[in-house]
Write a protein that binds this ligand. Structure first.
Ligand code: ATP
Ligand code: XMP
Ligand code: GLN
Ligand code: MG
Length: 521
């Protein structure tokens, strides 16, 4: 089945991904690509409409940061946002200048004339009955001359051309950002653009997606075998359930116990997949190997690299044992694809090397099967539910591949892992009991190899410290520490100190990201 699609071209805005989220929320399929794709690419994509994102540049400086000319020649609607509006104006014969008054944050805009984009959409009206909109701006440049054929459809004092339209061609430009929630009517405007202006129906939904994806996997894989690293995390679990639906026993999952899993994790994964869902799962106990290689290593990056390498070893061994294994399946999701797209707009520093099965050696000789690469995390969760996975599995917090290996600071020892497993289980247990699990995005305990003095039962203790971490975040790029009730923290601390031998002190991490990261290593 082919969907009507919106093409989003990225000029490097911090919030481009949100445009894609907003479009998908309208049950319209879209893809995000760097702005410098070729005219040919744009024509072949055959979009029902195009959205040009914002970006840090100025059109009068970065002269080659333009939308492919084909965008304006396809005969489909185009929405330019911020920089996208500015380049649209520049490319179609208008004029952009640096503004004397920059606008960052909240602004009020008055809708002017009649436009399809804003008709009936407003937060309130002024005395003259004009629609007023609360919008979010972030710009230093502005359009000062309209291109031929355009009219002004939104203004405010500092930006007389805050929105423009050539309705005959379906071209719209907005200086504000409709994709952020601070623009209260942003969602309504995106809906208006994709449904009413571009004419897209609501044809992107998970139940339909399941049957499409199943067909695609069958066609791709044929009668060959697939192996998949199953972590019990959301992405690999949903990928496993989907591929199993498509090809049944041609799928073999490999679950690796690296000695750095949470309490009872291995049993849970084997129970859910092996017994309830009937998926073939090989349980590889590689704890000794992983622990052996980690012995004496305390540098966080070195630990991550060892763990990543050992995973690959295990997958390689297992693939070699299957007669017809030609595919390695992975739970790669859309944000992973976007973040590694190598668009010329991305120049990020490596803060930590996220373990990732992606860096597989040539010798493995398996083709990659990545059925979730078009989906965002919340869509992956919806898909999991549509496939009948248990709610608890689909809505669990993410758990990093290196597992407890990056939550035991410094050298990893089996006895530290045992302490941490127990402390972590108590924390999660209490969090669930207090109804806070679903209100946090990620929560866990961290083992600090530091001893402090305590007193228990009139005796002196000299034991380790456990730190608790709980964060709230949308995208895991920035995060707030969760303001858990003191009574809950008190209960967790009491239970850990009483029940876990070797711990006499519990602390709570109150650092945001940035400047801290979510994991401690
Ligand atoms: N213990 C494990 N056994 C087998 N494969 C694993 C294990 N841990 C991680 N992996 C592999 O590494 C991949 C990346 O892990 P990652 O944590 O990003 O995703 P996930 O575990 O599927 O989902 P989530 O982000 O919800 O934790 C997994 O999809 C899985 O293929
Ligand atoms: O699969 C993974 N492999 C890794 O190596 C890894 N390191 C961090 N994380 C997870 O990424 C999110 C952001 O973490 P940080 O703020 O610590 O960078 C958080 O959700 C972390 O748990 C990882 N996930
Ligand atoms: N957020 C944006 O797209 C900014 C566009 C342009 N760099 C400006 O400052 O006006
Ligand atoms: Mg995981």
């Amino acid at each position: 089945m082919s969907h009507q699609k919106i093409l989003i071209l990225d000029f490097g805005s911090q919030v481009t991904q949100l445009i894609a989220r907003r479009v998908r929320e309208q049950q319209v399929y879209c893809e995000l690509h760097p702005f410098d794709v070729s005219d040919e690419f744009v024509r072949e994509f055959a979009p029902a409409g195009v959205i040009l994102s914002g970006g840090p540049n100025s059109v009068y400086e970065a002269l080659d940061w333009k939308a492919p000319q084909a965008v304006f020649e396809l005969g489909v609607p185009v929405l330019g946002i911020c920089y996208g509006m500015q380049t649209m104006a520049g490319q179609l014969g208008g004029k952009v200048e640096s503004a004397d008054k920059r606008e960052f944050g909240y602004a009020e805009m008055r809708a002017r004339g009649h436009s399809k984009l804003f008709e009936g959409i407003q937060d309130r009206t002024n005395d003259a009955g004009h629609g007023l909109l609360d919008v979010w701006m972030s710009h230093g440049d502005k359009v000062i001359e309209l291109p031929p054929g355009f009219k002004v459809i939104g203004s405010n004092e500092s930006t007389p051309i805050a929105a423009m339209a050539d309705e005959a061609r379906g071209f719209y430009g907005v200086q504000f950002h409709p994709e952020v929630t601070h623009t209260l009517q942003g969602k309504a405007m995106i809906a208006r653009f994709v449904h009413d202006i571009c004419g897209c129906g609501r044809d992107w939904n998970m139940p339909d997606y399941v049957s499409e994806a199943v067909e695609r996997i069958r066609a791709e894989v044929g009668d060959e075998e697939v192996i998949l690293g199953l972590s019990g995390g959301v992405d690999s679990s949903v990928a496993a359930a989907l591929i199993h639906r498509a090809i049944g026993d041609q799928l073999t999952c490999v679950f690796v116990d690296n000695g750095l899993l949470r309490l009872n994790e291995a049993e849970q994964v084997m129970e859910t997949f092996g017994r309830s869902l009937g998926v073939r799962v090989i349980h590889v106990d590689a704890a000794d190997t992983f622990m052996g290689h980690l012995e004496g290593v305390s540098d966080p990056e070195a630990k991550r690299k060892i763990i990543g390498r050992e995973f690959v070893e295990v997958f390689q061994d297992q693939a070699a044992k299957l007669p017809n294994a030609k595919w390695l399946a992975q739970g790669t999701i859309y944000p992973d694809v976007i973040e590694s797209a190598g668009s010329k707009t991305k120049k990020a520093h490596t803060i930590k090397s996220h373990h990732n099965v992606g860096g597989l050696p040539e010798t493995l000789n398996l083709k990659l099967l990545e059925p979730l690469r078009e989906l965002f995390k919340d869509e992956v969760r919806e898909l999991g539910i549509a496939l009948g996975l248990p709610h608890d599995m689909v809505y669990r917090h993410p758990f990093p591949g290196p597992g407890l290996g990056v939550r035991i600071l410094g050298e990893v020892k089996p006895e530290y892992a045992d302490i941490l497993r127990q402390a972590d289980a108590i924390f999660i247990d209490e969090l669930r009991a207090a109804d806070w699990y679903d209100k946090t995005s990620q929560a866990f305990a961290v083992f600090l190899p530091v001893k402090s003095v305590g007193v228990m039962g009139d005796g002196r203790t000299y034991d380790y410290v456990v730190a608790l971490r709980a964060v709230q975040t949308q995208d895991f790029m920035t995060a707030h520490w969760a303001e858990l009730p003191h009574s809950l923290l008190g209960r967790v601390s009491n239970r850990i100190i009483n029940e876990v031998r070797g711990v006499n002190r519990v602390v709570y991490d109150i650092s945001g990201k940035p400047p801290a990261t979510i994991e401690w290593e």
